[in-house]
Design a protein around this ligand. Sequence first.
Ligand code: ADP
Ligand code: MG
Length: 357
Amino acid sequence: MSEQPGMESVLDFLTVPVVRLEEGSARVLFTNAAARALPFSLVPPTAALDAEGAPLPPEQHPVQRAARGEQLEGELFRWVTPEGVRTFVIHSRVDRSRSPGVVTLTFQDISPWRHAEEDLRRALEARDSFLSVASHELKSPITVLQLVLERLQRGARRETELSGSQVAERLEPALRQVRRLGVLVQNLLDVSRARNNHFVLDRERFELGSLVREVCERFTEQSRQAGSTLVAEDCPLVEVHWDRLRVEQALSNLVTNAIKYGAGGPISVRAELQDGAVSLRVEDRGIGVTDGDRERIFNPFERAASGHRVESLGLGLYIVREIARAHGGTVGVSGREGGGSCFTIRLPVEVTEVVSE
Ligand SMILES: Nc1ncnc2c1ncn2[C@@H]1O[C@H](COP(=O)(O)OP(=O)(O)O)[C@@H](O)[C@H]1O
Ligand SMILES: [Mg+2]
């Protein structure tokens, strides 16, 4: 070791990995503690990749370049490590006050920033795609609404006799679109509320089973049209103290998804009381959720990559998560044996009280 001991302890104190080499031979003279702590080696024969991740020929390895006397000024390189790809910014200097010269390399690990940048880029992409989907979703009911109203107006101008029931019939598609718009705008409002932490709960006491049955009844027809049967399993008799409308909304979002992504298979809704919390489970036998998507789909604007539908805004699960959180609970998804998925909302029961029959 040709290093002065004082210098070594200073370099060991640095959190940035430092490697010192002999110019020309590339013989390693010193590696500081941060470099020694890495679970992989920064010097050849360990291969380095360029900033885009393409393998480099041995003579282009940054350590070889620095050993030839080249000065590296903050170039980006990657290493494939047992813990994934790491990105380093590398600087090098040659000290020729000795012979042969001594090359000092510093390796600044910017992987955490790289990941943060990647997450940010993803979130922005999801938001941009959301904006285009949302504007399309807002536009199409308005177009239908306009057509219906113009037709009615033309009818009225021609003063043809339109009976009350004819008017009512013609207004039906307009009303459907207004309802669709209402749901959409409500979702947007909920998202902005949740983002600003203004999800204020309006708690009331009610019997859990009534809520489960009500939601299932409301979606029976819609699920039948999708070819699915929707079954509410037996529910424990328990009184809960929740925001009924919000929990209904959360459960409805899960049931809507089960219908949408359930591939026409049976859907079941089940409630269980366990350790002071109620689990509301919605199970389908559809396309399922891959391991990689399990966390992500609960973020706003996020949709799983496959099977994008135009009417999908990626807000439903985010709203479910925020409703669960506001109640001090959680939501998660697990796979189902034989395909499909099982979403579970788990909410604490403030007063656990078995309702007497
Ligand atoms: N029951 C399900 N089975 C499979 N994938 C689902 C299910 N529910 C949700 N997903 C996935 O999660 C994504 C986010 O769901 P959500 O937030 O409700 O948005 P949206 O229904 O508008 O797409 C969906 O786009 C879909 O990819
Ligand atoms: Mg949805």
